[in-house]
Design a protein around this ligand. Structure first.
Ligand SMILES: [Zn+2]
Length: 346
């Protein structure tokens, strides 16, 4: 099969389009013919290498896939050859204390498939294998490209806003990177709950996308003062929730944009991990700073119900062939993508 592999860390030039043997399923696994995969930032972090984290080499990235099951392991009962599926990328033991409580991301064996797995175990290939438990039925009305673009960003945004921040009707929600993969999901989840998204992005085109997805307010971060705009929109109260994933660059502004008693929820820090916090905000304003990491399969199932009803829609910027994965990653690194890039093997 064809796959995109890297054997050492570096820029997009380390990605090689190669022939590899097709994966075979273990007893509880299925092999999927990948009809589409999707690009996520963790693909880029793995390629560059992350301090303190071992990426198993040689590596196939890709944590999102949609395709057809072509082979099932001997113990697999509920997934059949021919089923059209998407993948939930959180792998865990399903038996430990945390897994028993549905907190699979706390499992000592927790791994994000296609990021922390390997060697050669991700979706940017013609075939991939995953535990049968990690498959979900592909929503019928979606193309494979659309379906592949959703699970990782959808479950992440859902857990951040619904489970962690407990979003409710009327909440003002500042969404950083509102036209990015995570942002387009956050804006739609906010609309679903009748909350009022304040979409922040770097161009008019991106803000127009956010408005189409249901953002009530938009702020151009290149042209407008974000704090001033948030104060104006909220009549001085500031935001109930800030949806953070940028980190060092945005953290101080995020804290300033938050109302007394408000909730900041974060799932990442693409611009850097170190930021300063004025602790007075924490006690005096009684703000909540919450972390969130991916989500459990149950949260993805809950969110997908709204995808099936057309209330949350995929946003595919473009579809690119697998052999051009390096180019796709360059587009992501230069912030030129709206929503997601889907990758097709053939
Ligand atoms: Zn576990």
């Amino acid at each position: 099969m064809k796959a995109v592999v890297f054997e050492r860390h570096g820029g997009p030039e380390v990605l090689q389009y190669q022939d590899l043997p097709e994966p075979r399923p273990g007893p509880n696994e299925v092999v999927i013919q990948v009809k589409a995969s999707a690009c996520n930032f963790n693909d880029i972090w793995a390629r560059r290498g992350l301090p303190g984290m071992k990426i198993i080499l040689p590596h196939i990235s890709g944590s999102d896939a949609a395709g057809a099951v072509v082979e099932v392991g001997s113990e697999v009962k509920k997934v059949r050859v021919g089923d059209e599926v998407v993948v939930h990328c959180g792998l865990s033991c399903r038996q430990c204390y945390y897994c028993a409580h549905g907190d699979e991301y706390f499992c000592p064996d927790f791994k994000i498939w296609g990021f922390q797995t390997g060697p050669l175990d991700g979706s940017h290939a013609q075939y991939c294998k995953v535990p049968a438990l990690n498959t979900l039925a592909k929503p019928k009305q979606l193309s494979f490209e659309e379906a592949a673009s959703m699970p990782l960003v959808l479950v992440t945004a859902w857990r951040m806003l619904v489970t962690r921040a407990q979003i409710k009707a009327g909440d003002f929600v500042v969404v950083w990177g509102a036209a990015g993969g995570l942002g387009v999901m956050a804006v739609q989840v906010a609309r679903l709950f009748n909350a009022r998204a304040i979409a922040v992005a770097s161009s008019e085109e991106k803000l127009e996308l956010a408005r189409r997805l249901g953002a009530e307010f938009t702020v151009n971060r290149k042209k407008q003062d974000i704090l001033q705009e948030v104060r104006r929109i909220t009549e001085g109260k500031r935001a109930d929730i800030v949806f953070e994933h940028i980190g060092a660059e945005t953290w101080p502004v995020s804290l300033q944009c938050l109302k007394w008693g408000g909730t900041l929820v974060t799932c990442g820090a693409t611009s850097g991990f170190e930021a300063t916090t004025d602790i007075r905000l924490l006690w005096n304003k009684q703000q909540n700073y919450l972390g969130s990491h991916l989500g459990n399969k149950g949260e993805l199932i809950d969110a997908m119900r709204f995808v099936e009803r057309g209330l949350i829609k995929p946003v595919v910027d473009r579809v690119m062939p697998l052999k051009d994965l390096a180019r796709a990653q360059q587009l992501m690194e230069s912030n030129e993508v709206q929503g997601k890039i889907a990758i097709v093997p053939a």
